[in-house]
Design a protein around this ligand. Structure first.
Ligand code: NAP
Length: 264
């Protein structure tokens, strides 16, 4: 860890979009960086810019997180990097259109990246941070985690997993110095839609946030101590009411007898 740094942050999916803005903002906050994505050239270009503009130490770790071996290599780095204090689990992808007629291999690759690799890195991070008594994990989910009806295919389910997994981690880590934040972006202007073969122009302009605003709001949410940050949502009380209503079901969710409507 270099002098006056809050530590080192590892950011996945740092070569474009939301992850690239996280890298910029974290370097400006004084973090040294490890930038992860597949496109080494783009990562090197960003690393050069950030070293020049902030003077931070910036390292590039090219990896295809949809490949279990590469995900394991990045997880090992999380365990070994002594000054690591922050992991941004951001790399993710979507697939085009509905499940019917989809290429199963594309869905496999998305689940491998959005779910399996994210979990692998999160486990490495919270385990390492717990042993060191310090650290923060940020998991990038999506608003479609709570409204899967609004997004076609299996993508929303991968993001629902990210949210549920984050909530489980938060419960497990209650009272621990290790923090976990879930960030749920709405539509955000990045390469995401184009890469997924989707048309971002279906959204009206006022429904799409810039990646700059998204990350600045998400980091403000982190600074405020939020466990779940939904940058565009004006009425957070609405989300809290949904959570309270969901948790109120708990006494009836595991009982010896079937509910009366299923008897007889
Ligand atoms: P993006 O511009 O397409 O960025 C995705 C990043 O992930 C890129 O840096 C990409 O870099 C990296 N990546 C993709 N596949 C990878 C792989 N197999 N291994 C390693 N890195 C990989 O999209 P974005 O919007 O910034 O997406 C960031 C996160 O936000 C994703 O988790 C996405 O699901 C989530 N999100 C986005 C939106 C939105 O509207 N944009 C809304 C909600 C949530 P390489 O190609 O160099 O590997």
């Amino acid at each position: 860890m270099s002098a006056a740094s809050p530590g080192t942050a590892l950011v996945t999916g740092a070569s474009s979009g939301i992850g690239k803005v996280y890298a910029d903002r974290l370097a400006k906050r004084g973090y040294d960086l490890i930038l992860v994505a597949r496109n080494r050239e783009r990562l090197e270009a960003l690393a050069g810019e950030l070293r020049a503009s902030t003077g931070r130490k910036v390292e590039v770790l090219a990896a295809d997180l949809a490949e279990p071996r590469d995900a394991a290599r990045v997880a090992a780095r999380i365990v070994e990097e002594e000054g690591l204090t922050l992991v941004v689990n951001n790399a993710g992808s979507g697939t085009e259109g509905p499940v019917v007629g989809a290429d199963p291999a594309k869905i496999d690759a998305m689940v491998q990246l959005n779910v399996v690799a994210l979990t692998r890195l999160a486990v490495a991070a919270v385990d390492t941070f717990s042993r060191r008594g310090r650290g923060t994990l940020i998991n990038i989910a999506s608003v479609v985690a709570i409204v899967p009806e609004f997004f076609p295919g299996a993508y929303a389910a991968t993001k629902a997993y990210v949210l549920a997994f984050t909530q489980s981690l938060q419960t497990e880590l209650q009272g621990s110095p290790v923090r976990v934040q879930a960030v749920l972006p709405g539509a955000t202007r990045t390469e995401f839609f184009e890469r997924a073969g989707l048309d971002a122009n279906v959204f009206p302009e006022e429904a799409v946030m810039s990646a700059d605003n998204l990350v600045d709001a998400a980091l403000k949410g982190l600074d405020l101590g939020e466990a779940i940050t939904i940058p565009p949502l004006p009425d957070f009380a609405g989300f809290e009411a949904v959570t309270a209503a969901r948790l109120a079901l708990q006494p009836g969710l595991s009982l010896r007898d079937p509910a009366p409507r299923y008897r007889g």
